[in-house]
Design a protein around this ligand. Structure first.
Ligand code: NAD
Ligand code: TYD
Length: 346
């Protein structure tokens, strides 16, 4: 297959590209804007392998760029859309880019696929979405038919993107599938997200800013599993359907933090309870029966995945120090400066 992978230089997209090139004979074109979150170095392992490098093309560009997207979609069998602004806290600071990429960008991709399909070609569209479209789930677990109830600007942009995807399936007969992944962690994740933020801060003996009482709960999905699930849905998903991709470990944020510190041999005294995120979703939890019935389940448990992740950040200081350069200091001060000044013992 020839795949167009948008956002393929980001955290999960680059894992998808690395794993797909290694496991198949697919040819992949990555279209990535290289925002602060995108990093060409995430694809270095593929570029260093001659047989994989021949099947990989990198294009720096925006999914909102219609002529560019049209030309790339004209040459592809499927589009796998990972491109998004992906951090809830940044969407609270300024949501504009979330809406541009998550709504207009998705529309540009869908229009290109519709046009290609109208010329008689088969082009599948995979939208990589999130459990956050369900909103906070206080008990039980979300199933795919539950109503979307997003509560952050990030989650709302992702829900809006999904609604457009569904509309193109219904109205134009576009071949679409959607994945709703759980909170993902693993190597190459930008240190703004909680797992790498806490690992890298702890490595530097810096404070770990735990929001509120830390009793929020997430279901943690290892990045390789997330990437493989997207590939599985690309290959086997039924057109028009959405699939939950649950994690392999429900954890309270406090317990996740304790596990990270234990792996690093660092003390709990690094943890500071800071004023909570506005509108903080208490819990996400999804039912994975639909994807399991199709034949896929996560393979990496949280204990193993977390140990591998801690080992990777410990061994790849250059990678995350580069991600903590540029506008990082300004972002960190804006997000955490006042919070840490007001923090209390956790
Ligand atoms: P990320 O922020 O690490 O990567 C996003 C990538 O998209 C970056 O490489 C960035 O440069 C690129 N990008 C952003 N805007 C673009 C644009 N307009 N045009 C082209 N490229 C653009 O994000 P991630 O964590 O890898 O998430 C990938 C996808 O998975 C997102 O759609 C996200 O909503 C979804 N998701 C993430 C998680 C998670 O826990 N990280 C969980 C479920 C779903
Ligand atoms: P995050 O990695 O931002 O993912 P999401 O908000 O998409 O679930 O956060 C995961 C959890 O960790 C979430 O409950 C918020 C919490 N958190 C903190 O307590 N402190 C932090 O500095 C960050 C970034 C997150």
């Amino acid at each position: 297959m020839r795949l167009l992978v948008t956002g393929g230089a980001g955290f999960i997209g680059s894992a998808f590209v690395r794993r797909r090139l290694a496991a198949t004979t697919d040819e992949i074109v990555v279209l990535d804007k290289l925002t602060y979150a995108g990093n060409r170095a995430n694809l270095a392992p593929c570029e260093a392998d001659a047989t994989q490098a021949r099947r990989l093309t990198f294009v720096r560009g925006d999914i909102c760029d219609e002529p560019l997207v049209n030309s790339l979609v004209a040459e592809t069998d499927a589009v796998v859309n990972f491109a998004a602004e992906s951090h809830v806290d940044r969407s609270i600071i300024d949501a504009e880019a979330f809406l541009r990429t998550g709504v207009i960008g998705v529309h540009v991709l869908l229009e290109a696929v519709r046009r290609a399909t109208e010329t008689g070609r088969k082009v599948r569209f995979v939208q990589v979405s999130t459990d956050e479209v369900y909103g906070a789930v206080h008990e039980g677990s979300s199933v795919e038919t539950d109503q979307m109830a997003p509560r952050s600007p990030y989650a709302s942009a992702k829900a809006a993107g999904e609604l457009l995807v569904a509309a193109y399936g219904t109205t134009h007969g576009t071949d679409t599938v959607v994945t709703r992944g759980a909170n993902t962690y693993g190597p190459y994740q930008h240190p703004e997200k909680v797992v790498p933020l806490f690992i890298t801060n702890a490595l530097d003996d810096a404070p770990l800013p735990l929001y509120g009482d830390g009793r929020q709960q997430r279901d943690w999905l290892f990045v390789d599993d997330h990437a493989d699930a997207v590939g599985f849905v690309l290959d086997h998903g039924r057109s028009g359907e959405a699939y939950n991709v649950p994690g392999a470990g429900l954890r309270l944020n406090r317990d996740l933090t304790a596990a990270i510190l234990e792996l690093l041999g660092k003390p709990w005294s690094l943890v500071r309870s800071v004023p909570d995120r506005p509108g903080h979703d208490l819990r996400y939890c999804m039912d994975g029966a639909k994807l399991a019935a199709l034949g896929w389940q996560p393979g990496v448990g949280i204990d193993q995945g977390l140990a591998d992740t801690v080992a990777w950040y410990s061994a790849n200081r250059d990678w995350w120090q580069q991600a903590k350069s540029g506008d990082w200091a300004a972002y960190y001060e804006h997000q955490y400066g006042r919070r840490l000044a007001e923090s209390v013992e956790a």
